[in-house]
Design a binder for this molecule. Structure first.
Ligand SMILES: C[S@@+](CC[C@H](N)C(=O)[O-])C[C@H]1O[C@@H](n2cnc3c(N)ncnc32)[C@H](O)[C@@H]1O
Length: 291
């Protein structure tokens, strides 16, 4: 448990994940009936971008957010749903610093979703690190529609599904510190789909080695339990670039209707704003097509 999301808050992967997450929430809300948002790996909910961190050799670690949200902060003419996401980040920042202030605070997935919840929706936020779970409690303790659980998110997939509402959006966003994380996700999904086959499951994953993430997607798609599944990927640099994490993806099982079109509407702008070199690209595919 060495992973601290603080180092990465607001980077290109957060921008991609949170922009698409906001689209998923809006798609869930096309129906009047409420739903459960289950965040299995919630983090601490918000991050102070002005605090610096040190590398083992004593040098200051370069922050990642300038190449992420920093590139969208003042951008004009963004696609509508990307502008909605940037406005949500600005609102979070303004609550902590005052309206119109420079970017200092970046919201995590719990806040990105909580800010959009309707009275009939609710959220369950799971975080294994006690200090981060405490921070979530402080941030959301007074929200009646939000419950914080200091627990293993994979256990929550068994304990909290199916929800009484019979509708859920589940975000699985683990730290990928361990080589077993892809296998853990597959096991967690297998249990979750057995208990609650109609849930919408969104899984964020890094693209460090293309073969690894492609194998993960192929294995999910080959499962006898696999429902229709759409995949959106953003690569910020070409395969030969020196950067370790060249891209990331979001795999969505049981995707809301036409979410693929909505993803396609924002990905070109994300490529344009977040690219590191001319090898940047994005794609939307259907590992398991709709029937
Ligand atoms: C990538 S971060 C989450 C970021 C957050 N979803 C967001 O978008 O703002 C992963 C988090 O999972 C937590 N974590 C690690 N293993 C966990 C587990 N088995 N169950 C729940 N949380 C876990 C880590 O402490 C870390 O805060």
């Amino acid at each position: 448990m060495n992973y601290r999301h603080h180092y990465h808050a607001g980077n290109y992967a957060d921008v991609f994940k949170h922009a698409l997450l906001r689209q998923l929430v809006a798609a869930m809300q096309r129906k009047e009936k409420g739903f459960l948002y289950l965040d299995t790996h919630a983090g601490r909910g918000g991050y102070d971008l002005s605090t610096t961190t040190m590398l083992p050799d004593g040098r200051e670690r370069a922050p990642e957010w300038p190449a992420g949200i920093g590139r969208l902060w003042d951008a004009a003419n963004l696609p509508a749903s990307l502008a909605v996401y940037v406005a949500a980040v600005k609102e979070f920042n303004a609550r902590r610093t005052g309206a119109g202030c420079e970017l200092h605070y970046y919201p995590g997935s719990p806040w990105i979703v909580q800010a959009a919840l309707r009275p009939q929706d609710r959220a369950a936020l799971c975080e294994l690190r006690e200090d981060d779970a405490e921070a979530l409690d402080i941030a959301f303790g007074r929200e009646v529609r939000v419950k914080v659980h200091a627990m293993d998110g994979y256990v929550a997939l068994k304990a909290m599904l199916p929800p009484p509402e019979k509708r859920a959006l589940v975000l699985i966003d683990p730290p990928f510190e361990s080589a077993a994380e892809f296998a853990d996700i597959r096991m967690g999904l297998r249990d979750a789909l057995q208990r609650f086959p109609s849930g919408v499951y969104a899984i964020w994953y890094p693209i460090t080695e293309r073969a690894k993430s492609d194998r993960f997607i192929a294995e999910i798609a080959a499962s006898p339990f696999a429902p229709p599944t759409v995949c959106a990927e953003l690569q910020i640099a070409g395969d030969s670039a020196e950067v370790r994490m060249k891209g990331c993806g979001l795999l969505v099982l049981n995707p809301p209707w036409r979410i693929d079109e909505e993803f396609r509407a924002v990905l070109p702008a994300l490529v344009e704003k977040l690219q590191l070199d001319a090898g940047a690209s994005a794609r939307v595919s259907w590992p398991v097509p709709e029937r």
